[in-house]
Design a protein around this ligand. Structure first.
Ligand code: ZN
Length: 184
């Protein structure tokens, strides 16, 4: 089974390649999506919850990310914070628009152990991408989903949040930032 690769893996520091559109429905790409989901599900770090994953995080240098909110599987879903997210697959995503309005947001990463950071991100983002059936779509997002779009597209460009972070939080400080208890 595919696993999360360590922070030093070259795929996490390189620009990933586009997936030929005609290959999206191929067994190879569908297997990669399955492996990404399995790696996201296998992520366990204290009480943190994985929300999204990019292909380079399992060592595959292709422009694919997916969002799958595993909080849904938890019993206390009704009072979830952060709020629930839609499940989506984004292949060859492009950021079409980023709001001028930005905010310092706290985030964690499946590929960076034990550290959270404050990164200035646009509060709204719109992407264009292909879904797993090869159908193009556009999607706008605000808040946490907009933050995830920016974090995941950074992964496809070989950028980790620690490369951008203006502030780094260590485990003992994380408890004061509830939204920091997720990883993408
Ligand atoms: Zn990440």
């Amino acid at each position: 089974m595919a696993k999360l690769v360590p922070q030093t893996h070259p795929a996490l520091h390189a620009i990933a390649e586009e997936v030929p559109v005609e290959d999206i429905t191929s067994p190879r790409i569908q297997k990669i999506l399955k492996d990404m989901r399995a790696a996201l599900h296998s992520y366990k770090a204290a009480e943190y919850v994985g929300l999204a994953i990019a292909a380079p995080q399992i060592g595959v240098p292709l422009r694919i990310f997916l969002v799958e909110d595993l909080q849904k599987k938890k019993k206390d879903a009704a009072k979830a914070d952060p709020p629930h997210l839609p499940s989506l697959v984004a292949i060859n995503p492009r950021i079409l628009r980023l709001s001028k309005k930005k905010q310092l947001m706290h985030e964690g990463c499946l590929s960076v152990k034990d550290v959270y950071g404050g990164v200035t991100r646009s509060t709204h983002a719109t992407i264009r991408a292909y879904d797993e059936r090869g159908t193009p779509y556009e999607r706008g997002a605000s808040g946490l989903l907009a933050q995830i779009f920016q974090h995941e597209v950074d992964h496809l460009d070989g950028i980790l949040f620690v490369d951008r972070a203006e502030e780094i939080l260590h485990p003992e400080e994380i408890a004061t930032h509830r939204r920091a208890q997720t990883a993408v």
